[in-house]
Design a protein around this ligand. Sequence first.
Ligand SMILES: Nc1ncnc2c1ncn2[C@@H]1O[C@H](COP(=O)(O)OP(=O)(O)OP(=O)(O)O)[C@@H](O)[C@H]1O
Ligand SMILES: [Mg+2]
Length: 341
Amino acid sequence: MNPLDLCTSPGMRAVREMIAKVAVTNATVLLTGESGVGKEVVARAIHALSSRAMNQFLKVNCAALPEELLESELFGHQRGAFTGAYRDKPGKFEQAEKGTLMLDEIGEVPLRLQAKLLHVLQDGEFARVGGERVLETDVRVLAATNRDLESEIRAGRFREDLFYRLNVIEMHIPPLRERRDEIPTLVDYFLKTANTEYRRALDIPASTRRLFLEYAWPGNIRELQNVVKRIVVLGTAAGVSEELAAASGKPSSATSMPMMADAQGRLDLKAIARRAARDAERLAIGDMLERTNWNRAKSARYLGISYKALLYKMVDCELVKKDPKPEAVAAEPEEVAAVAV
Ligand SMILES: Nc1ncnc2c1ncn2[C@@H]1O[C@H](COP(=O)(O)OP(=O)(O)OP(=O)(O)O)[C@@H](O)[C@H]1O
Ligand SMILES: [Mg+2]
């Protein structure tokens, strides 16, 4: 399945239409957008729809390497070009021949290398580090950044001519908070894949799903994916709900004092303590089950409670692993029947 099929908001529909249009060309594309919005997913989709799909899609994270190593990574080097260069090495511009090269975090490329990049983009020519020979390359470049390159230009950190060369087509991927209508579909998709990956059959309660729609998602789709994974791994949405509610400035059901007050507004201290204890137990037990690969006998031993008490508490805390791994079943024939998280 193409992950972009899940992106049905007007902003992403425009992105998808643009992908179809630019894919058939050789144009350089500048993908902009916050961290985690899916810039790489879009870059791969462009490659997959292009006539280069049979050849390589390679990615270089320009922020991950110091200048000399980045230069060698992109353009390769000749033996003896620098200490440690024991043999000739082709760079990504050679390896991606007839394919697509994604230059991720392009805003981090040092000025000297920006000049070399401009040259290869304009003339399709470059030389390996320490090499004399001019090499030709046929690579389509897709660049991505979460920085505002125009303000980088004003600050003297990014070459204007390179910007215009890269920015033949700009595709802006909107943040998740501007396409909230995609959240339910994305959650179902991530839930399904996480359940498969961890061999679980968990669902996410409606109250947590509502919080998903209100949270700001500064880490965008990557954060949503990680949150869903965490719920599946821990077997409970309780901790995540607390955090999202707190971040959205809302009292969550677990900590909300008004929720525990009676009709006259009185608070039942014992009920509050019971609830807090149960939340703490749920976290500790969920964590231990995870660490022991859901081996309940071992978990009970490490937690210093009887096996029966653990089973009881798992039901009480709604901690479930519906689809235990075969070895866990062999060791522990009992099943806990609850389903919700
Ligand atoms: N439409 C989508 N459907 C499913 N998963 C998606 C989608 N878009 C992004 N993702 C997932 O979200 C995560 C982040 O996506 P991606 O790496 O493309 O973001 P990015 O914009 O390149 O982030 P960064 O700026 O941090 O590099 C990845 O795990 C990716 O698989
Ligand atoms: Mg990326």
